[in-house]
Every structure is written in structure tokens, then in C-alpha cells.
Design a protein around this ligand. Structure first.
Ligand SMILES: [Zn+2]
Length: 101
């Protein structure tokens, strides 16, 4: 079992995302509270938060929940068509996507 000092030493090294394996400095990674050795890049952490929000919304109703579902459906439509990679519109679409549910 690693000691606390070993975990601290490991945090000084660039670490890989446990989801997509992207490598970044530990300060730019999200670490799980009880398992700091588990790191996620910011993109995967943002994705996980949106997934959690969507799961929470499954048990909710209301106008705001329906609006978030519509935004999610629009995002899926954009990604399915590959518009988020468009040379001109891709950047703005990705910017909007990061700020919507
Ligand atoms: Zn990642």
C-alpha cells in the first residue's frame, strides 16, 4: 500500500488522465478525494460532471429540466453531424457547448 509521502511524490510528476490518457501537470488535473492517484483531465472532468447532471435530471421534471434536455439533444445533433469540428463554426460551437448543460 503506498504511503502518503509516496502519493505526494507521485503528484509532482505529470500524470495521465484515467479516462483518455492525456498527460498534463497535476495542478491541471482533477483528483478524486479519497484516491488522489486517480486523475482526470479537465475535458473529461467536465464531461463527467455533465453526465452526472444528466443522470440527476432523470428523476426530475419541470421546465428547466426540459430545457436542459433540449440543449443536450442539440449537442448530440451537433456532434453526430461533426459540426463541432467545422473550420469556421467549430470553435464557437465548442465554446457554447462548454457552457451549456
Ligand atoms: Zn481525459
Amino acid at each position: 500500500m503506498p504511503t502518503f509521502a509516496a502519493v505526494e511524490d507521485a503528484e509532482l510528476e505529470p500524470s495521465a488522465c484515467w479516462c483518455c490518457e492525456a498527460v498534463d501537470t497535476p495542478e491541471r488535473m482533477v483528483h478524486l478525494g479519497n484516491h488522489p492517484e486517480v486523475a482526470m483531465c479537465l475535458g473529461c472532468a467536465r464531461w463527467a460532471a455533465k453526465e452526472a447532471w444528466e443522470i440527476e435530471d432523470l428523476g426530475r421534471t419541470g421546465l428547466v429540466v426540459r430545457a436542459r434536455d433540449r440543449f443536450r439533444a442539440m449537442r448530440r445533433g451537433v456532434v453526430d453531424r461533426g459540426w463541432h469540428r467545422h473550420r469556421v463554426f467549430g470553435g464557437p460551437l465548442r465554446w457554447i457547448g462548454k457552457r451549456l448543460p
